[in-house]
Each structure stands twice: as structure tokens, then as C-alpha cells.
Design a protein around this ligand. Structure first.
Ligand code: HEC
Ligand code: HEC
Ligand code: HEC
Ligand code: HEC
Ligand code: HEC
Length: 401
């Protein structure tokens, strides 16, 4: 937690100074005239009534709305004002009411698991526009949208979002929807930057290791020969243009890069951060173990057949049920194919009595009282399934005899 906070604070200087100070000044001037979220919500109601009618718009939630993403430690309240974001049909409504462009992006990044700020930046918790969009003094992650892009003369106003996309997608060679980053990844190969720099553990050592260069804070850079507006992104852009103009004694060559190429490479550098994300947020990492096709088929069969109950409840951990083709890895308990007869011999109980009162078996009384609590209906189902298992077995035997 604390470590995370510190890393975030270091990012303060990602884009800062010029832009932020201008924004803050503006902010203090206009603050009192900016409508609050309640006004945005009532205006959205009005627009919605016009567009979808009174009945449907009655379902629009009111009050502060939020997406809590526990895994990413974020609470994003953007949808308090951006109420139309998941509603198709509001494409041409003005901001903050319009439909999210490219709604398919939520197929791969469901909003409940990603929220908004992981891609957009901004201050998720805030519910006034200036703080939410991150243009407040102590907030280090401004909204990577039109205002910031304009400061770098980038005409695609949402391009800088790609910095955030690539903190997760960095190990992919190419990703749809990331034209700047893809261009930069081409350039890394074309210019063989790895000849002088270690990147992800490999490369030459003439220049600094770039693996986590996006973590490097502003104090770490040399600003002494820097005359343009001071931000780390801008440092990279000018350094790629003319390394010697920024670091006079450097051996990094001037590579004759176009403006767009310099912007792209600089964005790639900013994206090489160590966010400490849970592994499931890293593309290509699958949480399921790899299975061979025949193993997968077997698992599917077990999960859908008569024996599914024993797989889903974990009984097969200790019990085989040969009538259903289930083999326990441990066989700590007896094969349940025979339970209906066995319990009479072993505990002098009917199966029904045993399932409803397993107190004579130390192991099963613990399991049924604390590990696997079955409802009465499930107990009755279990008795049916075990009766069926035994019948199945007897049928098979007759078949082979
Ligand atoms: C996986 C990354 C991702 C997530 C998560 C995400 N967005 Fe976006 N969003 C984008 C991209 C990329 C664009 C630009 C798309 C384009 O220009 O075609 C965008 C565009 C937008 C726009 C329109 C900006 C404009 O130029 O007018 C708004 C508003 C917006 N997003 C709000 C949200 C909100 C609110 C959430 C949370 C519910 C959210 N987004 C979640 C990636 C994301
Ligand atoms: C208090 C209301 C409010 C909240 C909260 C809010 N926004 Fe906005 N947002 C607006 C308004 C209003 C606009 C229209 C442009 C403007 O006025 O700046 C807007 C515009 C945008 C745009 C388009 C910017 C552009 O350059 O065209 C994006 C992207 C966006 N918001 C994302 C977010 C995200 C992400 C969050 C949460 C961190 C958020 N907003 C929270 C009110 C809000
Ligand atoms: C917090 C991490 C994270 C962020 C931020 C993120 N993605 Fe993803 N993205 C993923 C994961 C995880 C998958 C699922 C990949 C898989 O199934 O293996 C994915 C899938 C995708 C896919 C489809 C499969 C693939 O890997 O090509 C595309 C395209 C994609 N993301 C583009 C984007 C774009 C564009 C952005 C920024 C607007 C973005 N992503 C932001 C984690 C992220
Ligand atoms: C001939 C060797 C050489 C090549 C080729 C080279 N660099 Fe460098 N690079 C250096 C040296 C030396 C430094 C340290 C001095 C400086 O900052 O210029 C450096 C510094 C950097 C920095 C600043 C890192 C920091 O921590 O301050 C970045 C970013 C960078 N290089 C990226 C690249 C990229 C991307 C490429 C390929 C497009 C590249 N370099 C090609 C030698 C090289
Ligand atoms: C940790 C191992 C373990 C697990 C898990 C387990 N059992 Fe058992 N079970 C046993 C043992 C051991 C016995 C033998 C009785 C004894 O020694 O107390 C037994 C006995 C039984 C019996 C009596 C069988 C006979 O032939 O006498 C039934 C019925 C039974 N278990 C059902 C289940 C069901 C249903 C589940 C899943 C909800 C389950 N068990 C999970 C260990 C386990």
C-alpha cells in the first residue's frame, strides 16, 4: 500500500508544471461557476427523457455512482456525471453524457474489473470536474485527454491514453487500438536501441537500463540545458530529437526521428512502469493451468455428467466413484459407488440416516458440518445420485457377466 502510494506520488512529474499551473489558475477562477454533479444528473435526465422517453429514464440512478475495483485499489466515480457512458444511442449527446466511443473495449476490459482511471488517468474518487479530471495541485495523474494532448501538439486527443494501455500490454509486440505504441515498438527494433540499453533484462550497457524508465521521477533528469516547458514527457521528446541538446556529453545518437516518432517513443518510455498489477491484468497470462485437449475433454465430461456433484463439492478429493468414472487422487475414503450398502455394514445406518446424521464418522461429521454444508434438498439429491451410482454399477456388472 504505502509503497504504491509513494510510486504514484513520484509520477507527479509525468506531465506536470506548465499544463497544471495553467489549469489551476483557470480552476480557481472558474470553480464557483462550474455546475456540480447534481446539475449534470438533472440535465442528463432531461436529455434522456427526450431520447428514450419518460418510462426508461425513470430507471436512471441518482446520487453518487461509483465503480469499486478492489484488485486495483481504485474507486472511480466518473459515472456520477458520465451517466450515458454505457448507453448506446447517446453517441451524439454532449459531454459528459455521451456513449463511450468504441464500446467493445469493455468486452476485453469489463468496467467492473477495470473502472475508468486505469486507462484515462484522473482522480477517480473526486466528484467535482476539475479534481476528477486531475487538474488539481497535488494530483499526479491528469486526465489524458484533449487538454494535455494539445500541450504536446498531438492531434489525436486521446492518444496519450496509450501510455496507460501499455503498462499492461507492454509485452505484446502489437496491440489493436495502440497506433503510437505500436509505431514505437517498431522503432525500438529498427533503431536497435537494445544495442546500447538493457530492456527487460537484455541488451547492451552503454546507456542506462530502460526496463522501468517510466518510474524515473523528474528530479532524476538533467534539466540544466532544458529551455522548453518542464515535464518528463517533454524531456523525452526533446532528447529523442537531439540528445546532445539535453545531455551535452551523451553518446546517444541523433536518429533523425519524425515528430510523431518522437512522441510515440516518448510515450513508450512513460509506459515502462512497474505498476505491480495483479497477474490477471497482464494480457496473455491465464489463470487456469494449461490442459491437454484430452484432459480438457475429460474435465468437461466429469463436470457435466452424473458425477458432477462430487467434483463440484470436492468429494472426489477423497472418494472415487467408479460408476461415474471418477478416480480420486488420494482415495482417503471408500469408493462411494458402494456407499448405499456399505454404510449399513460400517455404521449400521441407512444411507439416508448417515447423510442426515454422519456423527458416527469422525471425518464426515467434520466435513458435513464445516467444510461442505449441504441443504436438505442437496442431501436428498445426494442420496438419489448414490442410489443411481450403485444401480449403474450393478447394471454394468450384469452386462459383463
Ligand atoms: C480499457 C481502457 C478504457 C477504460 C477502462 C475506459 N475507457 Fe474511456 N476511452 C478509452 C479510449 C481508448 C477512448 C478513446 C476512444 C476513441 O477515441 O475512439 C475513450 C474515450 C472515452 C470518452 C470520450 C472522450 C472524448 O474524446 O470525447 C469518455 C468520456 C470516456 N472514455 C469515459 C470513460 C469512463 C467514464 C470510463 C469508466 C466507466 C471509461 N472511459 C473506461 C479507454 C478506456
Ligand atoms: C463533476 C462531473 C464530472 C466528473 C465526476 C467527471 N467528469 Fe469527465 N467530463 C465532465 C464534463 C462536464 C466534460 C465535458 C468537457 C469539459 O467540460 O471539460 C467531461 C469530459 C470528459 C472527457 C472528454 C475530455 C476531452 O478532452 O474531450 C473525458 C475523457 C472524461 N471526461 C473522463 C472522465 C473520467 C475518466 C472521470 C473520472 C476520473 C471523469 N471524467 C469524471 C464532467 C465530469
Ligand atoms: C490494467 C491492464 C490493462 C489496461 C490498462 C489495458 N488492457 Fe487491454 N487487455 C488487458 C487484458 C488482461 C486483456 C485480456 C488479454 C487476454 O485475454 O489474454 C486485454 C485485452 C485487450 C485486447 C484484445 C486482446 C489482445 O491482447 O490484443 C486489446 C485489443 C486491448 N486489450 C487493447 C487495449 C487498449 C487499446 C488499451 C488502452 C485504451 C488497453 N487494452 C488497456 C489488460 C489491460
Ligand atoms: C549508441 C548508444 C545508444 C543508442 C543506439 C541509443 N541510446 Fe539511449 N542513451 C544512450 C546513453 C549513453 C544515454 C545516457 C545519456 C543520455 O541521457 O543521453 C542514453 C539515454 C537514454 C534515455 C534516458 C534514460 C534515463 O534514464 O535518463 C532514454 C529514454 C533512451 N536513451 C532511449 C533510447 C531509445 C528508445 C533508443 C532507440 C530509439 C536509444 N536510446 C538508442 C545511448 C544510446
Ligand atoms: C477429506 C476426505 C473426505 C472428503 C473431502 C469427503 N469424504 Fe466422505 N468419507 C471420508 C472417509 C475417510 C470416510 C470413511 C468413514 C470414516 O472413516 O469415517 C468417508 C465416508 C463417506 C461416506 C460413507 C461411505 C461408506 O462407504 O461408508 C459417504 C456417503 C461420504 N463419505 C460422502 C461424502 C460426500 C458426499 C463428500 C463430498 C461432499 C465427501 N464424503 C467428502 C473422507 C472424505
Amino acid at each position: 500500500m504505502i509503497k504504491n502510494k509513494i510510486i504514484k506520488t513520484d509520477k507527479l512529474l509525468i506531465l506536470v508544471s506548465g499544463i497544471l499551473f495553467a489549469a489551476i489558475t483557470l480552476a480557481t477562477v472558474v470553480k464557483d461557476n462550474v455546475p456540480n454533479w447534481k446539475q449534470y444528473q438533472s440535465e442528463f435526465q432531461e436529455i434522456a427523457i427526450e431520447m428514450v422517453g419518460l418510462e426508461k429514464s425513470a430507471n436512471i440512478p441518482t446520487g453518487i455512482q461509483q465503480i469499486w475495483v478492489e484488485d486495483l485499489d481504485r474507486v472511480d466515480r466518473c459515472i456520477t456525471c458520465h451517466q450515458g457512458i454505457f448507453w448506446s444511442g447517446f453517441e451524439s449527446a454532449p459531454q459528459p453524457y455521451s456513449t463511450h466511443p468504441n464500446l467493445e473495449i469493455f468486452d476485453n476490459h469489463p468496467s467492473g474489473k477495470y473502472g475508468c482511471t486505469i486507462c484515462h488517468g484522473g482522480q477517480g474518487y473526486a466528484v467535482d470536474k476539475i479534481s476528477a479530471h486531475g487538474f488539481t495541485k497535488h494530483w499526479e495523474e491528469p486526465l489524458l485527454a484533449g487538454d494535455v494532448a494539445a500541450d504536446y501538439n498531438i492531434s489525436e486527443k486521446n492518444a496519450l491514453i496509450e501510455i496507460n494501455c501499455n503498462t499492461c500490454h507492454r509485452y505484446e509486440r502489437e496491440t489493436k487500438g495502440m497506433p503510437f505504441i505500436n509505431l514505437a515498438k517498431d522503432l525500438i527494433q529498427e533503431k536497435a536501441c537494445w544495442g546500447c540499453h538493457i530492456i527487460n533484462g537484455e541488451g547492451g550497457a552503454i546507456g542506462p537500463d530502460l526496463t522501468d524508465v517510466g518510474e524515473k521521477h523528474a528530479e532524476g533528469f538533467d534539466w540544466s540545458s532544458f529551455s522548453s516547458f518542464k515535464s518528463v514527457l517533454n524531456w523525452h521528446i526533446l532528447h529523442f530529437d537531439e540528445p546532445q541538446s539535453v545531455v551535452p556529453e551523451t553518446v546517444m545518437p541523433k536518429m533523425g526521428l519524425q515528430t510523431r516518432e518522437r512522441q510515440a517513443l516518448s510515450m513508450l518510455m512513460m509506459s515502462w512502469r512497474d505498476e505491480n498489477l495483479p497477474l490477471k491484468y497482464i494480457p496473455g497470462f491465464k489463470q487456469e493451468e494449461e490442459l491437454r485437449p484430452e484432459e480438457f475433454a475429460k474435465r468437461e465430461e466429469l463436470l457435466s455428467g452424473d458425477g458432477a456433484f462430487f467434483i463440484k463439492k470436492g468429494c472426489f478429493g477423497c472418494h472415487s466413484i467408479q460408476a461415474f468414472g471418477i478416480k480420486s487422487p488420494t482415495e482417503k475414503g471408500p469408493d462411494l459407488t458402494f456407499a448405499i450398502d456399505d454404510v449399513r455394514v460400517r455404521f449400521n445406518q441407512t444411507l439416508q440416516e448417515f447423510i442426515f446424521d454422519p456423527s458416527q464418522s469422525g471425518t464426515m461429521s467434520i466435513i458435513f458440518s464445516s467444510k461442505v454444508i449441504l441443504t436438505d434438498q442437496e442431501k436428498l439429491d445426494l442420496i438419489d445420485i448414490l442410489t443411481k451410482a450403485n444401480l449403474e454399477h450393478k447394471k454394468n456388472q450384469q452386462g459383463t457377466n
